[in-house]
Design a protein. Sequence first.
Length: 648
Amino acid sequence: MEIHGLANPALTIAIALAVGIVGQAVAVHARIPGIVVLLGLGVLLGPAVLGVLFPESLGEALNLLVGFAVAVILFEGGLNLNLSRLRRTQRPIRQLLTVGALVTALAATLCARLVMDWSWQVSALFGTLVIVTGPTVINPLLRRLRVERTVSTVLEAEGVLIDPIGAIIAVVALEAALGSAALGSVESLQESLGLLTGRLGFGLIAGLIGGYVLAWLLRRRNLVPEGMENVFTLSLVLALYQGSNALMAESGIAAVTIAGMVVGNKSSHVQEDLKEFKEQLTIMAIGMLFVILAADVRLESLQALGLRGVLLVVLLVVLVRPLNVLFGTWGTALTLRQRTFMAWMGPRGIVAAAIASLFAQKLRVMEIPGGDELRAMVFLVIAVTVTTAGLGGGILARLLGLQRPRNAGWVILGGNELAQELALLLRAGGRDVVLIDTNAHATMSAENRGLRVIFGNGLEERTLLRAEIDTRFGAIGLTGNEEVNLLFLQKARRLGGLRHTLCAISSAEGGVTPRMVRSEGGELLFGRTHDVSLWSERLRLKRARLGHFRLAREPGKQERETEVPDIVSNSQVLPLAISVGDVFNPVRRPLELHEGMELVLLIRKERDAEVVAELAEHGWQELQPDPKPETVNADADDSVNGAAAAQG
């Protein structure tokens, strides 16, 4: 029953926004795919059940709202595509976008015709609708499942790039179907291909031009006033979307996707802020759209699908998607295990939902039957594919051995000279190390020494996810700001579930105390307080050196277990790392000393002789380590070229 006052567009949008955000927050805490929650809430609040949301009150504004939201979502997806990674896996991506898409369209059309007994027109529309996968669904899933990078790159690229391709194919198919209904003749394949090629080509050109112009503007400091960069970009993206559509219908989705890729791979001083802003907008848009579009689905349409609808979804999951991957990866270097996992991961998302709603509306206007059933079928496909990918993806990844290993090295917050020295030591022992910093000069210096760096705010969740915090052995807060170090420790433990978190503090009587660090489950880096900024400055000015020492004799009973910092009483020494064999670990707690153990110290050059003599008295012999070339890390491209980004 309709409640007076609720069926107005402003209230519908406001409720959808609120419910969408709350629903996604609940999904995060419950560790279930957000879209499943949003679809359920939309149907529940729609006119068919509680009568709180009335999408029909929006009228033609709904299509405008969907268009703007899809533009933001696809631009954000393009922003996060790393072209250097795409080049390494370009063949399977290219085949999935062409051969794979064709196989999906044909197989899904045939299945819909045989199972649902729809007309060839409606069946073909369904086949084109399910070409697209959902980047806003699959990307969070891949981060949570920690799937190996090759598979993640291919699936992420497919999800982002197939959306504009599939959407344009679907719209061309709709125009062909409407033309057939009106004129009594099917539009020629040649003309349909011409429309498809023209729209994709125009969108590509418009996206390249718009993307390069926008990237050029953002790279010029002060050209766009400080603080206006995000809204400036949003305005131009929406203008590009609608402008491209005005010049050639339905080309805007391709244009904004390509523009996002260009901007995302061109360094600028606002790159990270821009990505964060667009990610927040995407979360808001997805929540609102799924709730509104799901509220417009009638329960009777879902019930009318019956067992045939369930069978069609099963065929899409166990037959159509595997065929897509089989032909889309044929002859590539992907292994059978990788292809098997990809065959399971085909969740549909917001673009499929939006176009299905558009199709239902247009078919209703043209008095062509099947529009409501088509939309209900697409929403059922979205719900089932997202659920199966979310619930079964982790199990399958473990069985196939495709999850990235845990305990894979360290994440260090800080790119200063002290952090670099520690990172080089840990890496020399076989540990993978990634640094996080927002200082352009520090990140450039670290990258020049072959270290992997992520340019970003280490207290932000998205930055820690890029650092693969959930796969790490430990995290180290090593900036000159001890409050930031402690906050980083807390974030790392919460997001990554890490047991080894180390925090550097400058003074036991300062804002952060050793007791506060221990209360958060962390340990004191270097075993005692040290001034990070002072030691970084000493290293920068070459007023401190690294010293490698080995315990040449078995320690006595009284000194077998001791605080490593107490081995030397001189305050001009910083105990950096300790090792047994070839594996270095940061100094952080009492250790049981053994003959052969190696200790790495930072020594102030003015006190060099005193320190070496004092260590020799305790059985520590200085070594002359073999110099090792600092080669660039193979994963350095994943640093998003942070220093260059900040320098513009």
